[in-house]
Write a protein that binds this ligand. Sequence first.
Ligand code: AMP
Ligand code: MN
Ligand code: MN
Ligand code: MN
Length: 298
Amino acid sequence: MGLIRKANEDPIGYTPAPMCARLHDLHSHSTASDGTLAPSELVAHASVAGVDVLALTDHDTTAGVEEAGRAAQEHGLLLVPGVEVSVTWQGRTIHVLALRLDSGSAALEEGLARLRAFRDWRAEEIGRRLEKQGIAGAFAGARRLAPGPVVSRTHFARYLVQQGKAANVREVFRHFLVRNKPGYVPGRWASLEEAVGWIKNAGGQAVVAHPARYRLTAGKLRTLLHEFAECGGVGMEVVSGSHSAGDARAMAEHARRVGLLASSGSDFHGPEQAPWIRLGGVAELPQGCTPIWEAWNG
Ligand code: AMP
Ligand code: MN
Ligand code: MN
Ligand code: MN
């Protein structure tokens, strides 16, 4: 389409900016998982922050998508239905984002229900392990702090901070919730192939979340990305709230070599993460990337 429009093409005088010029934040959380804003509050917050296209990608649930979609219509921004799927790959936990899901895929919803069932068992197990360390009531406390269908380690961390067991959430993770610490329970999540299969079944695009955060060697990361592409994955986060500028450049190069599209998202969980993580606070993609939204219309 040319740059000059006929007057009658735009009768109400509103022409959305072209897709490439809009601010995209394609990774965020609500109270449906471990975020602190309800889906509608998250969308209102995104609108104030100048985000044009927001993906809601809660951990292992799409429960917030409908409410977020309604709010997005009111605020005039585009809501991308998504989810962040927990995956176990070579003994590690990897996160795979789904973007642009259609509603009502039985395969995806059944798969996510299985992951949430594991989460429920894991939460009780974390509670039992912490109990042995003399920390009582952590399961009930975390459960109470989780308003939605997902209990996350983040809820345990918030509870332990409330109980004065550590100064902040990061410290709880460091001392209690990671490998070789008393409250750690190894993940038994989806396989890479399952996760990508569910996402494709739901008409979505599969994207590796925050790849630099896994601290893989370059060779191991290449193996992951190639396997992911073979399963039908199409993109990876190049810009992420948990990537440095150097990480983004390195990930851009990986994306280019493996032939994956580039995505960009803050991984926002709530306003209390300011100033480190803000909704819409994402740098531009480095040169040489193909943005995943380039082929999106509307
Ligand atoms: P889960 O999926 O329940 O195992 O919890 C993973 C979530 O915990 C991530 O999505 C982050 O929100 C949070 N998380 C993981 N590691 C840390 C950390 N070191 N500091 C703060 N939050 C973390
Ligand atoms: Mn999280
Ligand atoms: Mn993640
Ligand atoms: Mn996330």
